[in-house]
Design a protein around this ligand. Structure first.
Ligand SMILES: NC(=O)c1ccc[n+]([C@@H]2O[C@H](COP(=O)([O-])OP(=O)(O)OC[C@H]3O[C@@H](n4cnc5c(N)ncnc54)[C@H](O)[C@@H]3O)[C@@H](O)[C@H]2O)c1
Length: 596
């Protein structure tokens, strides 16, 4: 029989604590909510009221249920009010000495059989537990932000946590409607160990002016389908809390440089730019605690049209290549009203690409996405050719041939001879340096990367890659073309992986390393990222879709360019690729797909 929890205590009513109070009270459990001062208590109480009022306004909570929920919560200053509760969850700032002091005090105040839990994200639960005389009743219950919304709870057992306590807490999570994963005490547990290297890296890209905050966030949302970009997420987590978590993970997690907080984070903390809670972090908010972003001096002025100021007129576009990307890109341009010249290496290839474009357009008609006239119009705008000479009068060339530098360089040298002056020459490379292709021509200022995502007709994002020689007019033209295609463009520098792959693949690689270390299972890791961070797919699901060979190739490139030890490909990833387990396409990757 699982233990009955009739009343619980929550210590600290900040970003997490206030949400945790709501979770318990919503599920019929009495809560004693404590803070350090009357002012902090008032703030916490206001957060709870705002959150429940919002739920009522959105029709997610009945007004009567809100009143019942609020009536279950008692507010108090100081820990003495917790003498009768069955369980305490501590959610004070991420400092070991502070948490240890609080646990020593809770041990003194609380009844002997009370369970003492910490919501720490990165500190050692074991070290916190030894500040009490009952380490076997100390456990980690790690909620995710916002606690009322996110389904996941990580339950952290130390080597001394009693099995009964673990079972009782697991049953409690189920009662709260949460999904728990129970794991051992390791820095960052599952989700944060995989999340924070990525967040820190995103801040580093921003700090080095590699891309703007809006572009970094848009790239991740549109390129990976994540619910938030990394900088917006830093603001939600709290820049100070993120700093402490990174710092602890760096010290506890093997001094991985990727966890050493980027200097900008510390500067922001010192300057009081803590994110949503202080009204300003990477973005500026309507007021402290508000989720509404308001424009500030860093907000780009005007719309996409203004961004494209200085752009050259583009009406006719050449697309070189006959693979998946070229086919998609031809369709995208033709549908958007451009005259398209498709160049392949022979009539047979042209016929195949033509068929593929027709099939895709027909699908669009069947699904009601475009009319028969629109389909015929698009097809009528495409000319099929097997010679680059037909590109003499186009305004833009997009190259999507095989990912081999020598082939691409030779192609750019030919385009340089054939194309008229002022033409923008673009490459869709995912991993090669754009500057290499630019320098194969006599006009490097006109060369840019246009990194479409697969499938090009569906994916909203295009990365516009600016080399150190690309002119502002070329970038403006690329952005204007993307806007005319109905795509969102983000501008970034010419580094391996651009924005999306540079941030995504090291995280996937880290997940493989975590599995390899037997810290958790593929299922639990996938669960943690989906339910704790709102990712549309877990890392192993995604790796099987992307292809393990593709992931390995990208990770190798990143490692070779940056020489970052933490980017070294996971040996398990290499072994699976060697064994031919490449994911869905071969029927087996991290999972067996043959019987599904
Ligand atoms: N922010 C997140 O996204 C997130 C997610 C999961 C877990 N966590 C963890 O939750 C914990 C709290 O983080 P947060 O972001 O809510 O911090 P926060 O700064 O928003 O809130 C901390 C609260 O604790 C109160 N406090 C400080 N000292 C106290 C004391 N002696 N007694 C009672 N209250 C005290 C503060 O007044 C403040 O309201 C940390 O361990 C953090 O790592 C945070």
């Amino acid at each position: 029989m699982a233990r009955e929890f009739t009343s619980v205590g929550v210590v600290g009513l900040g970003t997490m604590g206030a949400g945790i109070v709501e979770v318990f009270a919503r599920n019929g459990i009495d809560v004693v909510a404590v803070e350090i001062s009357a002012a902090a208590l008032e703030r916490g109480q206001a957060t709870l009221t705002r959150s429940t009022d919002r739920a009522v306004a959105k029709g997610k909570l009945d007004p009567a249920d809100r009143d019942a929920l609020l009536s279950r919560v008692t507010f108090a200053v100081g820990l003495d009010a917790l003498h009768a509760v069955d369980l305490v969850i501590e959610a004070v700032p991420e400092h070991l000495d502070l948490k240890q002091r609080i646990f020593a005090e809770l041990d003194r105040v609380c009844k002997p059989d009370a369970i003492l839990a910490t919501n720490t994200s990165s500190l050692s639960v074991t070290e916190i537990s030894v500040a009490t005389s009952r380490p076997n009743q100390v456990i980690g219950i790690h909620f995710f932000n916002p606690a009322p919304v996110m389904k996941l709870v990580e339950v952290i057992r130390t080597v001394v946590t009693s099995a009964d306590v673990v079972a009782d807490v697991e049953a409690l999570c189920a009662r709260l409607g949460k999904v728990d994963v129970t794991i051992n005490d390791r820095a960052g547990f599952i989700a944060n160990a995989l999340l924070f290297g990525y967040l820190n890296h995103a801040v580093a890209l921003f700090e080095s002016n590699y891309a703007s905050r809006e572009d970094i966030d848009a790239a991740i949302k549109l390129g990976c389908g994540l619910p938030m970009g990394p900088l917006a997420l830093m603001d939600l987590i709290g820049v100070d809390t993120a700093y402490e978590i990174l710092d602890t993970m760096y010290r506890r997690g093997g001094r991985d440089r990727r966890h050493a907080p980027v200097p900008l984070i510390k500067q922001m903390v010192t300057a009081g730019l803590l994110g949503r809670k202080s009204g300003r972090g990477f973005y500026t908010y309507e007021r402290p605690g508000s989720p509404v972003v308001v424009p500030d001096e860093a907000t780009p002025v005007g719309d996409q049209a203004a961004l494209a100021e200085g752009a050259r007129a583009t009406a006719k576009v050449g697309v070189v290549g006959s693979g998946t990307m070229a086919t998609g890109i031809i369709e995208v341009f033709a549908r958007a009203g451009y005259e398209v010249v498709s160049v392949t290496r022979g009539a047979e290839k042209s016929a195949t690409v033509c068929e593929a474009v027709k099939t895709s357009l027909n699908k669009g008609v069947v699904r009601g996405k475009l009319s028969e006239e629109e389909r015929d119009g698009a097809l009528g705008r495409i000319t099929w050719s097997a010679t680059l000479d037909h590109l003499a009068d186009v305004d833009l060339v997009v190259e999507a041939v095989i990912e081999e530098l020598s082939v691409k360089k030779a192609l750019f040298a030919s385009l340089d001879e054939i194309c008229k002056p002022g033409v923008v020459l673009a490459t869709t490379t995912s991993s090669l340096p754009v500057i290499e292709m630019a320098m194969a021509t006599q006009r490097p200022a006109d060369v840019v990367g246009l990194h479409f995502f697969n499938p090009a007709p569906i994916m909203q994002l295009v990365e516009v890659v600016r080399t150190i020689r690309t002119s502002p007019e070329t970038v403006a033209t690329a952005r204007a073309v993307c806007a005319a295609l109905g795509k969102t463009s983000v501008v970034c520098g010419d580094r391996s992986g651009f924005v999306v792959n540079a941030l995504l693949f090291p995280y996937l690689n880290d997940a493989v390393k975590m599995l390899e270390a037997s810290y958790s299972t593929a299922d639990d890791i996938d669960h943690a990222m989906k339910l704790g961070c709102g990712y549309p797919m877990g890392p192993f699901e995604l790796l099987d879709v992307v292809g393990l060979d593709v992931a390995l190739a990208i990770q190798r490139e990143l490692y070779l360019e940056l020489r970052e030890p933490g980017f070294a490909p996971a040996p398990l990833l290499e072994h699976l690729v060697t064994a031919g387990y490449l994911g869905r396409k071969t029927g087996r990757g991290f999972r067996d797909h043959t019987h599904r």
